[in-house]
Design a protein around this ligand. Structure first.
Ligand SMILES: Cc1ncc(COP(=O)(O)O)c(C=O)c1O
Length: 442
């Protein structure tokens, strides 16, 4: 049992909110999204799926595990050693790191349709590079998007429309404050598996459509040959098809999920798991689609440092030896079963959406959904788990840890069920209810 006494951790975050607008650099790392005043914002050490906060509390991470970045677990020994060695030999120089060439070869070997590669150090900027290249290659401007692709102007421009068109892709109600209104109608959104919406966009923008940017799958799988149809239409229209593999890549299968789904794009983008916690993003593509990369100015100092590609080479080496997708699917399925069994036992109203077990997710089906979610996080913290109603399973989630987690879930579901019966959901909360989206903090 964890007492969750974390004065140092909580105080530092209170201070942070005064000098760092928004508190954290990534929205998904705000404690307010989980259990305000209770979720520890900071860690002193992370290893495998274990985390220690600044007050020495220990947790097993049954939440996002580095927002999906650490598929091999935190501080993977092989990856860390590769990074340390790249630092020992100088991680920055006036010359370029050869690892980027080895990595480009590896990525093209895994994705035989791809011939060219460019690198960045984060996912959102890799997407921005891909979009710039597509615009330069086609000499067109309009982008159609489906899914979340980062914080940059080109993407948020979709929310400049008369309606809130990114609703369902990112965060409902997110206003594109700071994005020039002149970008209106340069990016338009369509929903996953909605062929009619997609066709309407193609009809409306025709030869002005530079690229279609989408995750090949995530929580939903393609239906009625959705990807094949998009491939056919984009090819006919001279539009570049860009698959965003930043979150699903390497998790569903070794390489981009499109390899498993059987549809090749013109470009694919990787980040997150490619570096297992170290900064690296990659845009791969056919020579034709990537032609614009020669014409447009796309250049940055820290895209030439050495730790990112050194980490990625080590990650790929490990992932080619161990069947990670099979392992994380097994862990995901076990976790989903434990939610189902405990919910049934204590008559807890949860729904588990159909999705690939490489992610696991449940929702409370109740008018006090947010309160229940917050209570779940609060009670699980006490049991020693960073737990949210969604999990990104990793190689570090051993069966023993998952068993401990399942036992804790049973205890917590029974507590919540009791709180519901005696109508004390709100009373039991030790802090404010979790935010459900983007909000000003100060
Ligand atoms: C599918 C997808 N694309 C792009 C991004 C942005 O990547 P980053 O946060 O590294 O900028 C994310 C991050 O969550 C993502 O899930």
């Amino acid at each position: 049992m964890n007492e969750n006494k974390s004065p140092v951790t909580q105080e530092l975050y209170e201070h942070a909110k005064k000098i760092i607008p928004g508190g954290t650099q990534l929205l998904s790392k705000r404690p307010e999204l989980y259990a305000p005043g209770q979720w520890p914002a900071y860690y002193s050490k992370a290893s495998g799926c274990e985390v220690w906060d600044l007050d020495g509390n220990h947790y097993y991470d049954m939440s996002t595990n580095g927002i999906g970045a650490c598929l091999l677990g935190f501080n993977d020994i092989d990856v860390s050693n590769a990074v340390k060695s790249s630092i020992d030999n100088g991680s920055m120089c006036s010359l370029n790191p050869p690892e980027e060439v080895y990595l480009a070869d590896k990525l093209c070997g895994i994705h035989p349709w791809a011939e060219n590669v460019r690198f960045t150090r984060s996912g959102g900027e890799a997407m921005t590079v891909a979009v710039r290249i597509a615009r330069a290659s086609t000499d067109r401007s309009v982008i159609a998007v489906c899914g979340y692709h980062g914080w940059h102007d080109w993407y948020l421009a979709a929310n400049l429309g008369a309606d809130d068109s990114l609703r369902g892709h990112l965060l409902p109600g997110l206003e594109p404050i700071g994005v020039p209104v002149e970008l209106r109608n340069t990016t338009v959104a369509f929903s996953y598996n909605n062929m009619e919406q997609f066709e309407n966009i193609v009809k409306k923008y025709g030869k002005r459509l530079a690229a279609v940017v989408m995750e090949p799958c995530k929580y939903s799988m393609p239906e009625n040959n959705f990807l094949e149809k998009i491939r056919e239409i984009t090819e006919k229209n001279g539009t570049v098809l860009i698959f965003d593999e930043i979150t699903i890549g390497w998790r569903l299968c070794f390489g981009g999920s499109h390899l498993k789904l059987g549809v090749n794009p013109d470009m694919a983008v990787f980040a997150k798991a490619l570096g297992n916690g170290h900064p690296i993003g990659a845009v791969i593509g056919t020579a034709n689609a990537m032609e614009g990369a020669q014409k447009s100015f796309i250049s940055s100092t820290y895209w030439t440092e050495r730790t990112g590609p050194a980490a990625a080479l080590s990650v790929l080496d490990k992932m080619s030896r161990i069947n990670i997708p099979e392992y994380v699917a097994k862990i995901g399925n076990t976790v989903v079963s434990s939610w189902k069994n405990s919910a049934q036992k204590y008559s807890l109203p949860i729904v588990i959406p159909e999705c690939s077990p490489c992610f696991a997710k449940f929702n409370f089906k109740h008018e006090k959904e947010n309160e229940l979610k917050t209570l779940f996080v609060q009670y699980m913290l006490k049991q020693g788990f960073l737990a949210t109603p969604f999990l990104y399973p990793t190689l570090a989630h051993t069966e023993t840890i998952v068993k401990l987690y399942s036992e804790a879930v049973e205890v917590v579901f029974s507590q919540i069920s009791h709180d519901m019966k005696v109508d004390k959901i709100s009373e039991k909360l030790r802090g404010p209810v979790a935010h459900s989206g983007f909000k000003r903090l100060n």
